[in-house]
Design a protein around this ligand. Structure first.
Ligand code: AMP
Ligand code: MG
Length: 316
């Protein structure tokens, strides 16, 4: 299959409306979309990514008003969160409408819904006839793509169309809150922080990530995620001397330890989030064997960075 690379949202939407898969930019990471009401089209996403069929997809809508096209019920709490955080990097899990094909929710009675704030994503979604089911546009298990070239590297030749845009401004996947249960539960951390969610919903619970042998709280939690080829070593505090095993890389807020083959010192946590997955990929391309990653403070987007680092290290 030839992958058409385009800058035109309208052209990309016409491929999607014809039942094809389309990768598109969002503020979190790049997504791989298909018409959420076309089960055959959605099946192509699972095939292109090599994604396990019991891992549900998030449905993307052009405007908050269109949530009702896929969700049967929007609780009062969900309404408050929509008002405050949509459009933006927050996914809500709600009761699903029967008309949404089972393949999208992996058989669950609920559906994850998000309304991206990225202008190109919004324009693309407005041109699409239906809401768009879209996981991240990477081969399953690899770090999510934050620029169009990485999408092309992973999925070129396996998807119909790639809508090109700027690199993703946030760089980590959306925060997910399950509003189908009471009290609501945080299933995945992201740029919308637990602190800001609690300002609105003080009793929100944090789902502990899945431990081996335990039933996963969120279906995606049981899979290895966000992983580069290189080994990930988590470093709690900045350390002057680390016994590096070269070729080794460093990423963090502190200055790199002596002897690092490759390094990236971030100015703040937003930058850390934005560059992390690209750094993992660059390390793999350069044959780095071990990546030493500083664990940032466990607050704001730092919680999401720590979560992705733990998962990449195989401890999630
Ligand atoms: P991604 O692969 O980054 O698009 O993220 C999709 C993730 O969203 C899945 O792996 C699940 O963890 C979560 N998710 C999507 N839909 C649901 C749902 N109905 N209930 C619980 N979690 C969901
Ligand atoms: Mg993903």
């Amino acid at each position: 299959m030839q992958t058409l690379v385009t800058d035109r949202p309208e052209e990309a939407a016409s491929w999607l409306d014809r039942g094809e898969t389309v990768a598109f930019p969002t503020e979190t990471v790049y997504g791989l979309g298909a018409d959420a009401f076309n089960a055959k089209a959605v099946a192509k996403i699972f095939k292109a990514k090599g994604r396990p069929s019991d891992n549900p997809l998030i449905v993307h809508v052009a405007t908050p008003e269109r949530i009702g096209e896929v969700a049967a019920e929007i609780s009062e709490t969900a309404r408050m969160l929509v008002e405050r955080f949509f459009p933006g990097p927050l996914t809500l899990v709600l009761k699903k409408r029967d008309s949404v094909p089972e393949i999208v929710s992996a058989g669950l009675p609920t559906i994850g819904v998000r309304c991206p704030s990225h202008p190109v994503a919004s324009e693309f979604l407005r041109y699409c006839r239906h809401p768009v089911a879209a996981p991240s546009a990477n081969v399953s298990g690899r770090p999510s793509p934050t620029d169009w070239k990485t999408v092309y590297h992973d999925l070129g030749g396996r998807i119909a169309c790639l809508l090109r845009g700027e690199p993703s401004a946030i760089g980590l996947e959306s925060t997910i809150v399950d509003c189908s249960v009471n009290p609501p539960r945080l299933l995945r951390s992201g740029a919308v922080s637990i602190e800001s969610l609690r300002e609105l919903v003080p009793d929100i619970e944090i789902a502990t990530s899945c431990k081996p042998g335990e039933a996963p709280k969120s279906p995606g939690q049981k899979y290895r995620h966000y992983s580069p080829e290189a080994e990930i070593v988590l470093v709690e505090a900045p350390q002057e001397s680390l016994p590096l095993d070269p070729p080794a890389a460093w990423i963090g807020l502190a200055a790199p330890p002596a002897g690092a083959t490759k390094s990236l010192q971030c100015h703040d946590m937003d930058e850390y989030a934005r560059v992390l997955f690209g750094f993992f990929r660059a390390c793999d391309a350069e044959g780095i064997r071990t990546i030493y990653c500083e664990l940032p403070p466990d607050e704001g987007i730092g919680r999401a960075i720590r979560d992705r680092l733990a998962k990449a290290a195989g401890r999630g």
